[in-house]
Design a protein around this ligand. Structure first.
Ligand code: MOS
Length: 726
């Protein structure tokens, strides 16, 4: 970047970027005309239904396939190769493990029944008799005999025990969080069709270039022979990062039968056959001096996953750089157990790690008798406490102070001092932090002679607003109103982007689109015979060198450029993250311990805001997930066999409208991050959840004096400890 000039996006004049522009895809979605993966009807289509294992560990020794194949409409029972143990982990880029006839968890796919209709396939799948040889399985993370300690996740700095002993204030506290489901509204769904030896898969996936590689590897074909279409994705939250069993099974079946095959997961299968978030146990030790300056910080956790899975929830990810404290310890344990596969779900790491850290900070503030907002601000380090790196743009203190002001924090009372009718009322605060990641991305932008632009990349829109922000970046850079910009995404044949995941989509893919537009601007400047910096583009007209020319007159043939962005050294030289602060006010019922969130404010700093409406909406979503993990969300595993007991949306309680008050999400608008990427924007999808649940937990404590350390904070954990009121 030219140091003498402000960033390009601060000099463009179209005025489209950053506005609360409506989504271009909105009308298609609300009128039901946006086609999701399962909604196509290719000729000759047949349906496959997955069959789930009904043991936890062992092997399949028999299957009465003939009996089922004799049923009406049934075409084939398929087992073995096409059915992989798990969905692939995010960015795996290779096929997930094929372990059949071995079974590793209750609910693992063991067969696919293909029939002429969905009803016939499902009925036959339920009638299929599978016999097993069973083995004893460990399913309890606390009693597991195999526990791994990945070396890279351990840290011992200074003298933790010494600091804990010698500091005037020290706390040692343990938090647990429940396993979570990503619970996307659209279940995993694929239609596979082989056309001239090439697979065309309509799927619901987040990261197409990786998904193509995973699928090709599963099929034993070249990547060039796989094409995935995913123009609309009804939510992913991590469960659609990697290729899942329904896509692989559909692709194999379609190849074998020579007909298009559709496989849609039933809701219970989404719970069982895709990623869950692990449960966690987190021991926190924190100490500070009399002024509240932290001297010790330890975050030691245990998570779980299946044997052999590389992913483990990076629980303490944000703890490493959020607060100071010279004496530090991090231990990370992975219990190897036979519950369904654990993987990325909604802000892996911070979503649950920040619950423990930010509730423990509240405990420390209480023990030190320092206001929790103040304690946090005092402990914001100058450079990272473990590597001494500088931070890039970081407005944590502003988020805390401006949030406190806006929320009315000064009205907060002491613990259990505010009883209003039957409800104890209190306020809580928590910091938000989410690691910022950037991924390689390519995009192509073409300015056409009719004055319209086409933006092409294999990016996905998982409900987040990719269509909107890419339209805005192109419109802003090329001086075009939104109607003149066409965005084509969700097709793996287009230039390869980061895809959607880890909150890196908008900034990575957006940067590639920005660079492609820079290329087009350069061509235009040449046509205008001015330097690119002297070119002004607005409303379809180019101005420069005392001339103004309509783009339709300037562009005779399609003018194309490609943008390619890759993470560079900046990532190593700076600590780059999104920051924020959550404030919650809750009521706790004085007899039942029921918690209602009265109001909630999140203040976030994410660099340049690309679209005020979709960005705010992302924050709302995160805060709602925070309410869910604070109060209701919990996968329940049967202690005998590890199976997920509540594998439906009636019993897995995500917050519904009545659980969510009017949310106030505020974005700091003047926090460009020049280190993050060429568009100075940072991730936002996952920041809103990180810390949100802790604010609710801390508000419960302030309201009624009960400190919940086992999340979700259901009434049974609160009412036995409520204060007596007469
Ligand atoms: Mo995310 S959990 O990387 O979709």
């Amino acid at each position: 970047m030219d140091a003498a000039q402000p960033p390009v996006l601060d000099r463009t004049v179209q005025g489209l970027l950053g506005t609360a522009m409506d989504r271009p895809d909105g009308p298609l979605k609300v009128t039901g005309t946006a086609r999701y993966a399962a909604e196509a009807l290719p000729e000759n289509l047949v349906t496959g239904f997955l069959v789930r294992a009904t043991i936890t560990k062992g092997r399949v020794i028999g299957m009465k396939a003939e009996a089922v194949e004799a049923m009406p409409g049934v075409i084939r029972v398929m087992t073995g190769h096409p059915l992989l143990r798990n969905p692939a982990q995010g960015q795996a880029h290779q096929a997930p493990e094929q372990i059949l006839p071995k079974v590793d968890y209750f609910g693992q796919p063991v067969a696919l029944v293909v029939a002429e209709t969905f009803e016939q396939a499902r009925h036959a799948a339920q009638a299929l008799v599978v016999t097993y040889e069973e083995e004893v399985a460990e399913v309890d993370p606390n009693a597991a005999s195999q526990v791994d300690k990945p070396k890279a996740s351990q840290l011992d700095q200074g003298d933790l025990e010494g600091a804990m002993r010698s500091s005037p204030v020290a706390i040692d506290t343990t938090y647990t969080t429940a396993p979570h489901s990503s619970a996307p509204m659209e279940p995993h769904a694929s239609i596979a069709e082989w056309v001239d030896g090439r697979l065309q898969l309509r799927g619901s996936y987040q990261m197409l270039k990786h998904n193509v590689a995973e699928l090709a590897d599963s099929l034993g074909v070249d990547e060039a022979r796989v094409r995935i279409h995913a123009p609309y994705v009804g939510g992913g939250f991590g469960s659609k990062l990697g290729i899942a069993p329904e896509a692989v099974a559909a692709a194999h079946a379609a190849r074998e039968l020579g007909r298009p095959v559709r496989v849609v997961m039933a809701r219970d299968q989404v719970f069982e056959m895709t990623m869950r978030r692990t449960e966690t146990t987190q021991r926190m030790r924190l100490a500070c001096d009399a002024d509240g300056l932290m001297t010790a910080l330890a975050h030691e956790d245990r998570v779980s996953n299946l044997p052999g899975e590389a992913f483990s929830e990076p629980t303490a990810q944000g703890t490493h750089f959020l607060y100071g404290g010279a004496n530090r310890r991090f231990t990370h344990e992975v219990a190897r157990i036979h519950r369904p596969c654990a993987g990325s779900v909604r802000a892996p790491g911070e979503a649950v790690g920040m619950i423990a850290l930010e509730c423990a900070m509240d405990e420390l503030a209480e023990a030190a008798d320092i206001d929790p907002v103040e304690l946090r601000i005092r402990n914001i380090p100058d450079t990272t406490p473990e590597g001494g790196q500088p931070y890039s743009e970081r407005a944590l203190e502003r988020c805390l102070r401006e949030g406190a002001e806006r929320f009315g924090w000064s009205q907060r009372r002491g613990m259990a001092e505010r009883l209003e009718g039957d409800w104890w009322v209190g306020m809580g605060v928590a910091a938000a932090v989410r690691t910022n990641m950037m991924e390689e991305s390519i995009a192509r932008v073409t300015l056409r002679p009719d004055g319209t632009a086409l933006c092409e990349t294999d990016m996905t829109d998982i409900g987040t607003g990719s269509y909107a922000i890419l339209t805005q970046i192109v419109g802003e850079m090329l001086g075009l109103p939104r109607e003149k910009v066409e965005v084509q995404i969700g097709d793996s044949d287009l230039p390869k982007s980061s895809g959607s995941g880890g909150s890196f989509g908008a900034q990575s893919c957006g940067s590639a689109v920005f660079l492609a537009c820079q290329g087009v601007r350069k061509h235009l400047a040449e046509r205008m015979e001015v330097a690119p910096d002297d070119l002004t583009l607005r409303d379809g007209r180019a101005t420069g060198g005392n001339r103004q020319v309509a783009l339709t007159d300037l562009v005779e043939a399609p003018m194309s450029a490609e943008g390619h962005v890759k993470p560079g050294e900046t990532e190593d030289n700076f600590s780059i993250a999104g920051y924020g602060a959550h404030f919650a006010e809750v009521g706790v019922h004085r007899d039942t311990g029921e918690v209602r969130v009265h109001r909630m404010l999140g203040v976030f700093s994410i660099g340049r805001v690309l679209n005020m409406k979709t960005a705010t909406s992302q924050c709302h979503g995160g805060m709602i997930w925070g309410i869910g993990s604070a109060l209701t969300e919990e996968i329940m595993h049967d202690p005998r066999d590890g199976r997920i007991v509540n594998h439906n949306l009636a019993e897995y309680h995500i917050p519904v409208s009545l659980d969510v008050p009017q949310l106030d999400a505020m974005l700091l608008e003047d926090t460009r991050d020049d280190q993050a990427n060429p568009i100075q924007a940072k991730g936002i999808g996952e920041l809103g959840i990180s810390g949100a649940a802790a604010a609710v937990g801390n508000a419960i404590r302030n309201a009624c004096g009960v400190r919940v350390r086992d999340f979700p904070a259901t009434p049974d954990k609160i009412f036995p400890h409520l204060p007596d009121v007469t």
